[in-house]
Write a protein that binds this ligand. Structure first.
Ligand code: ACO
Length: 324
């Protein structure tokens, strides 16, 4: 059976680390509040870097790990909601920066924190249909340029980061076993950033504030519920049970959300990957950044069942099961 195998991973996080104590100098908060409510200790913030710089560095590392030249990539899909321009897509910038094959397909996917899994889902379908052989899938976001740094209820949560995988279409029992994406646009106001759209001189609409807005409490509950159901869906579609999961790599939004999901599944701590204490919520960057660190830490071995699950603005949610 033709499957998409992950043959290389890479990631990039900006060098500048900003601790909870640094943020406590900006807004009325404390290391104690942020740590106990979220698990986050510090985050990396972009310092003059563009989103495509970050995506390209992660992509380059993934190509190197896969031993694949950029010229062998047929398709580049980037999950991001913080592109540096409305167009061209970040994927086109990455294509140029990496010297990838001119003529390869390149596009962005907008699904906030679910962006990487949406991008993976799309690429997987191109590969399994036989229309592409090798894809570079990247998740990247620069939320530090989207949050209101005077709003303590959101600015403490986010950081900047990127991660990437190289997918190869192979006849194999290893690779992506199942992948699902979901959304519910009725609930868009739970979490959004109005962005750069401006009125034209002939209309009366008001330009809204561009900052990220979030109903944290409701988002928390919906995240636990939807990620729980997405995991069940991935397991059932792959003929697996919770006990088969070697490593769950969830979207790194909040330690308490991840703990609630792990408890429901009765997964021991060593089967759940968390690195949010170092990076905060990096949106679409979060899952591939965690995957790359898990691979580097030796937490992923051939034959392991890796389960990815994400949740984000849209609302969107998604899951994928992979046999490594
Ligand atoms: N420091 C100190 N106090 C704070 C802070 C802060 N940074 N932020 C809020 N507070 C206060 C509030 O004002 C409130 O005070 P009050 O009781 O006097 O009114 C109190 O702390 C409790 O606030 P809650 O919002 O109830 O705190 P909660 O325990 O729910 O934690 C949090 C808030 C961390 C935002 C949590 O709701 C959460 O993680 N929600 C989900 C976020 C998420 O996963 N988002 C998905 C993002 S994905 C994407 O697509 C971007």
């Amino acid at each position: 059976m033709l499957r998409s195998r992950i043959i290389g991973t890479g990631s990039y996080a900006p060098k500048r680390a900003v601790t909870n104590l640094d943020i406590a100098k900006l807004v009325e908060t404390s290391d104690e509040w942020i740590t106990t409510r979220t698990g986050i200790k510090e985050r990396r913030l972009a310092d003059g870097e563009t989103v495509s710089d970050m995506a390209s560095k992660a992509g380059k590392a993934a190509l190197k790990a896969a031993g694949v030249s950029a010229k062998d990539i047929d398709l580049i899909v980037v999950g991001t909601v913080t592109p540096e321009m409305n167009f061209p897509s970040t994927a086109c910038f990455v294509q140029a920066a990496l010297g990838a094959k001119p003529g390869a397909g390149a596009f962005d996917v907008s699904a906030a924190c679910s962006g990487f899994l949406y991008a993976l889902d799309a690429a997987d379908k191109y590969l399994r249909s036989g229309s592409c052989k090798r894809a570079l899938v990247i998740g990247v976001d620069v939320f530090s340029r989207l949050v209101d740094w005077s709003d303590r209820s959101t600015c403490v949560l986010f950081g900047d980061g990127a991660g990437a995988v190289v997918l190869s279409a192979e006849k194999s029992s290893h690779g992506v076993l199942s992948s699902h994406i979901h959304s519910d646009g009725r609930q868009w106001e739970m979490l959004y950033a109005a962005g750069a759209v401006k009125s034209n001189p002939f209309e009366k609409r008001q330009d809204g504030p561009g900052y990220l807005k979030m109903n944290g409490n409701e988002t928390f509950k919906i995240a636990v519920r939807t990620m729980g159901s997405a995991i069940t869906e991935a397991l059932e579609a792959s003929g697996l049970a919770p006990g088969d999961i070697s490593l769950l790599i969830p979207h790194q939004a909040n330690m308490r959300i991840i703990n609630a999901i792990s408890e429901r599944l009765k997964l021991p701590e060593d089967r759940v990957y968390m690195n949010l204490e170092k990076y905060g919520n990096t949106s679409a960057g979060s899952i591939p950044l965690a995957l790359d660190e898990a691979v580097a830490d030796g937490r992923v071995e051939a034959g392991d069942i890796i389960l990815f699950v994400a949740f984000g603005g849209g609302l969107t949610w998604a899951s994928a099961a992979v046999r490594w």
